[in-house]
Design a protein around this ligand. Structure first.
Ligand SMILES: C[S@@+](CC[C@H](N)C(=O)[O-])C[C@H]1O[C@@H](n2cnc3c(N)ncnc32)[C@H](O)[C@@H]1O
Length: 246
């Protein structure tokens, strides 16, 4: 697995420290993330719903709505986890296929969509064969964000759409303070009781990997997405990134 090395700002955006220990990068990060999601997979859905007060369901619905593709379009859900996006995509008349590298998450998935164990940075998918891509709460987990966006661009046809959800830091100072207390203290506490303490301490810290909003849009533009947009959700605690393959 290799040790935990200091953050590398060039690999996943901001990178950085949000606590006493450095966050892992490179292969060490990928192995740590995969193992962590395997460990927390059994309680993942329960905690997701509880800790977001069910808002994650509405966020995915909004993201799928933003795709605005014809019925039966093929939509790849990257880092699909337990299949929430796949279910929402199917409900909206799309043909979803889920990809995730943590077998535990796939094993706990509740969806009829085909699921593939694969690294989102090296998708077993043809060039230009997909109409759309969704990706939920995985940007901060990948080792190389520009490579992820490039892989999305590779598998999408021209005119294909992306809808990416991620956590965010609210711009309002007071909302940010309240959210920070919740995310940094309540989430690890509840997550530690119900599931895995180390994992739910890591999750809030991993926000440090995310580039700021303009940096994210710049990366999408650079990967070949026209008119990338960012929408703040629920007072800015989450964000939806959309774009069209040029
Ligand atoms: C926070 S969960 C989100 C799951 C799901 N998208 C959702 O909305 O609930 C992050 C997921 O990303 C997956 N993941 C992280 N890096 C990945 C990679 N490089 N390739 C494939 N899956 C990855 C993890 O295994 C985990 O299932």
């Amino acid at each position: 697995m290799g040790g935990v090395s200091p953050p590398d700002p060039s690999s996943s955006g901001a990178g950085g420290r949000r606590g006493s220990e450095p966050l892992p990068t490179g292969d060490a990060k990928a192995v740590a993330v995969q193992g962590m999601f395997d460990r927390i997979s059994a309680r993942y859905d329960l905690l997701n719903r509880t800790l977001t007060f069910g808002m994650d369901v509405a966020w995915r619905r909004r993201a799928v709505g933003s795709l605005d593709l014809p019925a039966s379009s093929l939509v790849l859900d990257l880092a699909c986890g337990t299949g929430d996006f796949c279910r929402e995509l199917a409900r909206s008349g799309y043909r979803p296929v889920g990809f995730d590298f943590a077998f535990g998450m796939l094993a706990h998935a509740r969806t009829d969509a085909p699921l593939v164990q694969a690294d989102a940075l090296r998708l077993p998918a043809a060039d230009g064969g997909a109409d759309g891509i969704t990706c939920g709460f995985a940007l901060r987990n990948v080792v190389d964000l520009p490579a992820l966006f490039a892989e999305m661009a590779r598998v999408l046809r021209p005119g294909g759409r992306i809808a990416i959800l991620e956590v965010a830091e609210p711009s309002n100072r007071f909302v940010r303070m309240g959210h920070s207390v919740y995310f940094s203290h309540v989430v690890p506490l509840v997550g530690g009781i119900v599931s895995d303490r180390a994992a739910y301490r890591y999750l809030p810290r991993s926000v440090a990997y995310l580039p700021d909003p303009s940096g994210l849009l710049e990366l999408l533009r650079g990967a070949g997405f026209a008119r990338p947009r960012r929408l703040a959700l629920s007072r800015g605690i989450a964000q939806l990134l959309t774009g069209t393959r040029a």
